[in-house]
Design a protein around this ligand. Structure first.
Ligand SMILES: [Zn+2]
Length: 333
């Protein structure tokens, strides 16, 4: 797939193509954004474009492009986080980065330049990042490094500042639904997963039967807390739930789900029909709860979820933020 054919990321692709056309290339790039939205595909296609002698944006069919695609081109180095034996899935060890940097020092074998792709760059530990920083500070001539990362909070600012940042956003939901269908998911479920994940391809693919069941369980508990607000049971439920969900990523996912559910409640409370509901998997529970929850209370809950999401993203304590939001839900009107 050539750069031009990458779907759903027009801004990122235009930025890369403009640089190629003008011959303005950077020593290092940081492709950042959610999982499953085309970052790795784009990095592969960009590597083709950097090496292809046939067409400026890469032709996709010459021997160079085909070998880059298959990851067997001698001048393209690949490093994926979490794939080496003994390495935890959360970590890239320093030795692998040192090996990569040493390989980058060697002159290209057949192409005009060497390209290194570092996938899952957010998994580099501190020592690995510091090793990489040395290479970024004095990049070997004729080399280009592409870091691909889910979000860039885990990447040192000294590394970020030496890379051209290329941001990838969530995919348009119709496009993501079509991709899921191509992967064998039934059309209705594909649409549901695309809308529940708000275009995050990684989340959509993780929303399998177990993921949907977890979501529906969480929805019932939240609705029960809100429906029984003012009672002691609701307060205890709120505290218990906050404790269960206290892991940062779990908390963020739950709060984002909760915000979607509350948005649906607002739609229903305002007289909106089923077709406007995002959470079509939990629509029956929503319709039962909506008449008992006045819009002002739903709005208050929604604001509490959004505040908690913002605070946790800004490094607030997941447990405390969850408690604050869920207790707000459990408060009497
Ligand atoms: Zn080519």
């Amino acid at each position: 797939m050539v750069l031009h054919d990458i779907e759903g990321q027009p801004r990122a692709i235009a930025l890369l193509e403009a640089g190629l056309r003008a011959g303005r290339l950077h020593h290092a790039y940081l492709f950042t954004g959610p999982a499953g939205v085309g970052k790795e595909q784009a990095a592969r296609a960009f590597a083709q474009a950097l090496l292809c002698g046939e067409r400026p944006g890469g032709c996709g069919s010459c021997s160079t492009c085909r070998r880059v695609e298959k990851e067997i081109h001698p001048d393209v180095l690949w490093l994926r986080g979490g794939e080496e034996e003994g390495e935890s899935s959360r970590e890239i060890r320093v030795q692998r980065i040192r090996d990569l940097c040493a390989a980058l020092q060697l002159v290209p074998i057949e192409a005009p330049r060497k390209v290194a792709l570092l996938l899952g760059a957010e998994r580099m530990n501190a020592a690995a990042q510091n090793a990489l920083l040395k290479t970024l500070e004095e990049p070997p001539p004729r080399t280009i490094l592409i870091l691909v990362s889910e979000g860039d909070e885990a990447i040192l600012s000294t590394i970020r500042s030496r890379c051209l940042r290329v941001s990838f956003g969530p995919l348009p939901q119709e496009l993501l639904a079509r991709q899921l269908e191509r992967e064998g998911i039934a059309p209705e479920e594909a649409r549901l997963r695309a809308s529940l994940s708000r275009g995050d391809g990684g989340l959509a693919r993780a929303l399998d039967a177990a993921g949907l069941a977890r979501r529906s369980g969480l929805t019932s508990r939240l609705l029960s807390i809100a429906s029984n607000a003012g009672g002691e049971a609701a307060t205890l439920d709120a505290l218990g739930l906050a404790e269960e969900l206290a892991d940062r990523e779990v908390a963020l996912a739950a709060l984002r789900d909760a915000a979607l559910v509350w948005r649906d409640l607002l739609v229903l409370g305002g007289g909106g029909g089923r077709e406007l509901i995002v959470g079509r998997d939990v629509v029956a529970a929503l319709e039962r709860a909506a008449p008992r929850l006045p819009p002002a209370r739903v709005l208050r809950g929604l604001a509490a979820f959004r505040t908690a999401i913002g605070a946790i993203e800004g490094n607030g304590s997941p447990r405390l933020q969850l408690e604050a939001a869920l207790l707000r839900l459990a408060e009497a009107a």
